[in-house]
Design a protein around this ligand. Sequence first.
Ligand SMILES: [Zn+2]
Ligand SMILES: [Zn+2]
Length: 334
Amino acid sequence: MASPPFESWLRPGPAGLYCAPGDFHIDPAGPVPRAIITHGHSDHARPGHAAVLATADTLAIMRLRLGELGQTQALAYGEPLTVKDVTVTLVPAGHILGSAQVVIDYQGQRAVISGDYKRHADPTCDPFELVPCDLFVTEATFGLPVYRHEPDMAEVQKLLASLRDFPERTHQVGVYGLGKCQRLIKLIRQAGYDRPIWLHGALRSMTDYYVARGLDLGAVPNAMDATDKLAGEIVLSPPSALGDRWSRRFADPLAGFASGWMRIRGRVRQRGVELPLIISDHCDWPELIRTVTETGAREVWVTHGREEALVHELSKRQITARALRLVGREDDSE
Ligand SMILES: [Zn+2]
Ligand SMILES: [Zn+2]
C-alpha cells in the first residue's frame, strides 16, 4: 500500500508547519497552544506559546531573550518522546548552542525538520547529525551557487593580519549576538590570540550564558569599561553599531563584519565594511546539496531563503522538491 502523502500529517499553514497527529507547530510565526522550537534565534523562537518543547539550552536562551515562557518541557538530544500519535526526537543541528533538528516518526514514515543548520565544525555547539528520512525540510538561506563559505580559520587570520597592519586602529567587528559572537571569539582564541576581546553591552548576556555552559572564551570585558580608545584591539558589536555613534569612542575604527552575506560585494559596500569575514552559521550551497542528498529523502521542502534555486537544482536530481514560503523567516541572524 502506498504511504499517505506527507501533507496529510505535516501541513504548512499560516502559523508555520503543523503536525496534526502530534497536535503541535514547529517554530510557529505566532502564538500557538503547543510549539516545538528548533533554536533560539528570533525568527524561530517567538513569544506567547502556551507550551514549548525544546532542548534545555534553547529554553534557557528563550528565557534570556523573552522572559517567562509558560509551560515548558526540555528534551535532550537523541531521547525519543511520544507526543500523541507521533514520536519526536531532537538531534543536533550544528547551528548554535542548543539548536536541534526535529525528527518526527509517524506510521513508518520519518520527517526531519532541520531548522537552521550547518556542516562546518563549530567549537561552540554539538555537530550536525545526519538522520536518514523520507521527508527533509531544509532552509535555503544561502541557496544559490554563489554562496560558498571560506574555511573559518582563513577568515580569522585575515582579522589578525589586519591588526598587525593597522595597530593604530580599533578593529570593530559586527556579529550577531547569539551564536556568531561566541563562535568568532572561540575561533580567535584557537588562532592563538590571547588579548582581551572587548564587547558591546548587547552581546553580554548571551556570551555569559555560553561561558556558564562551559565554553572558555578568555577575557571578554565590556568596551564601555575601557580606559583608552582601544587602538589595535578587537571590539565586537552588533552589526547595527558599525559606523554608529557608539563607535566614535574608538581609535579610527576599522569596520569588520562576520557573516555569510559578506560573500556579496554589494552587501559589503552597503554596510561600509572594510574587513569582510565570510563566517556563517548556515550551510553554503554545496553543503545544502550534499546534506539533502545524504538524507536519502524522496521529498524535500524548502523554507526561508532562495527557495526556487534549490528546488530547481533538486528537481534536476530527481528529488521531489517544493518551496514552502513560510512567513516571517528572514535569516538576518546569520
Ligand atoms: Zn538561526
Ligand atoms: Zn532561521
